[in-house]
Write a protein that binds this ligand. Structure first.
Ligand SMILES: Nc1nc2c(c(=O)[nH]1)N[C@H]1C(S)=C(S)[C@@H](COP(=O)(O)OP(=O)(O)OC[C@H]3O[C@@H](n4cnc5c(N)ncnc54)[C@H](O)[C@@H]3O)O[C@H]1N2
Ligand code: MOO
Ligand SMILES: [Mg+2]
Length: 402
């Protein structure tokens, strides 16, 4: 059995960033830039007011009051420049008139007719956003490799980039195997269960940024699995779930070998998720995920998501989930035969990371995934840890505050 880190390394070595494609900015969230973006305009594009108030000349201190000569709304070009003793009513974002160099906020002034009364004029530059002070036209705005989150999308919109070159996400085919499986609206009873992995994996692919293709269920029959796998090879990545272990009807390893796939690794020193297989078939990458629902989800987070992120051009520090050190809120046990990942909740409590482990380690217990956001772990050879002990915790979901 190889370690989690060795397996991640081997899988990532098999992945390259995808070719760039042009996409509509409205659909680019979560993608990664494959081009450098230059600013064509200054940010901001003209001197403007940061507040609602009065554009003034800060040097006009000898005037006890000023004459308001016009009102400037956002989107309007001032009709005249300010001479000594003059002010202009101005709104947030409106263009500063020539001659003005500061904005007096309206709360610190009052009008008597067209005469502006105030105690003190603001210093030069107060409440003014000068042209080009955020960013200069012609200088690099975003390098390739920038992850496009809402802030970056808004900035690209401001730079008038309606289309951008980004790495394309992988198409990820999901195939479940098992004679016991029925589709979500299939007839239960007897020895049948719902193919829940298909739904969990499709959701995970989407969450990671990939393009999922739900290909349904193949029975536990090598020919049928082979047929479904070949149909799945249109996709960049294929996720087979079930049949990865050593049972009499576990066919994933033999089907992959019979197809001539190059098996890169099989079996990881971890629980849940030991019987993971990863193979290459031409340019296609295939994961044989263990069928146990918790193992399937966990193997995805550990070994598929990093590959999706690398394929999508994400920088290395974003391939894997982050790890924090957190205090256990309860004692935990492990058999010690493999590295044991304990599902649970990571909570930031009064500035301290605390990890509340769920009470089961059963790989078949889907109910135990309700509300979890993290996996704390004990290394192989360690059989217990007490309450308050600090353990490493892999953060797979949203952080919680308390
Ligand atoms: N003698 C041994 N038995 C097992 C070993 C072992 O080392 N020696 N490993 C165990 C571990 S660890 C795991 S994990 C599982 C992996 O099982 P498989 O990948 O072979 O998967 P199946 O046998 O097909 O199914 C296991 C389990 O999961 C359920 N399942 C399968 N597919 C789905 C699905 N799409 N949706 C929901 N549930 C699914 C299936 O019904 C079984 O209950 O092997 C252990 N055994
Ligand atoms: O490694 Mo398996 O996933 O525990 O039950
Ligand atoms: Mg099995």
């Amino acid at each position: 059995m190889i370690s989690v880190e060795e397996a991640q390394e081997l899988i990532l070595q098999a992945v390259e960033a995808s070719a760039p494609e042009r996409v509509d900015l409205l659909t680019a969230r979560g993608r990664v830039l494959a081009e450098a973006i230059l600013a064509r305009t200054d940010f901001p594009p003209y001197d403007n007011s940061a507040m609602d108030g009065y554009a003034v000349r800060s040097a006009d201190t000898s005037f006890g009051k000023l004459q308001v000569v016009e009102t400037i709304a956002a989107g309007r070009i001032p009709t005249r420049s300010l001479a000594g003793g003059e002010a202009a009513r101005i709104m947030t974002g409106a263009m500063l008139p020539e001659g003005a160099d500061a904005v007096l906020i309206q709360e610190e002034a009052h009008l008597e007719g067209d005469t502006l009364m105030f105690e003190k004029l603001p210093a030069a530059g107060a409440n003014v956003r000068y042209r080009g002070t955020f960013h200069k036209a012609g200088s690099p705005l975003m390098p390739p490799g920038t992850v496009l989150q809402p802030g970056e999308i808004a900035l690209l919109a401001a730079a008038q980039r309606a289309f951008v070159l980004t790495h394309r996400p992988p198409a990820v085919a999901v195939v479940s195997t098992g004679d016991e499986l029925v589709g979500i609206d299939g007839v239960l009873g007897g020895a049948r269960i719902v193919d829940s992995n298909q739904y969990g994996l499709v959701a995970q692919v989407r969450e990671a940024g990939g393009d999922p293709r739900a290909l349904g269920i193949a029975p536990d029959d090598p020919g049928a699995i082979r047929g479904r796998l070949v149909a799945a090879l249109d996709a960049d990545f294929v996720l087979l779930s079930g049949g990865a272990s050593v049972g009499q009807f576990d066919y994933t390893p033999q089907v992959l070998e019979a197809l001539g796939a190059q098996v890169v690794l099989y079996k990881i020193n971890m629980k849940p998720g030991k019987p993971l297989m990863f193979a290459r078939l031409g340019s296609r990458l295939i994961w044989g995920l263990p069928g146990n629902p918790v193992s399937s989800l966990f193997c995805f987070w550990q070994f598929v998501r990093p590959a999706i992120r690398k394929f999508m051009g994400y920088p290395p520090e974003r391939w894997r989930y982050p790890v924090v050190q957190a205090q256990l809120t309860a004692p935990v046990r492990s058999k010690g035969d493999r590295r044991a990942y304990l599902r649970g909740q990571l909570i930031l409590e009064a500035g301290v990371w605390r990890f509340a482990p769920y009470r089961t380690d059963n790989s078949g217990n889907l109910v135990s995934l309700l509300g979890i956001n993290a996996f704390g772990w004990l290394e192989a050879g360690v059989t217990d840890a007490s309450q308050g002990e600090v353990v490493p915790v892999l953060v797979v979901g949203e952080l919680l505050n308390r």
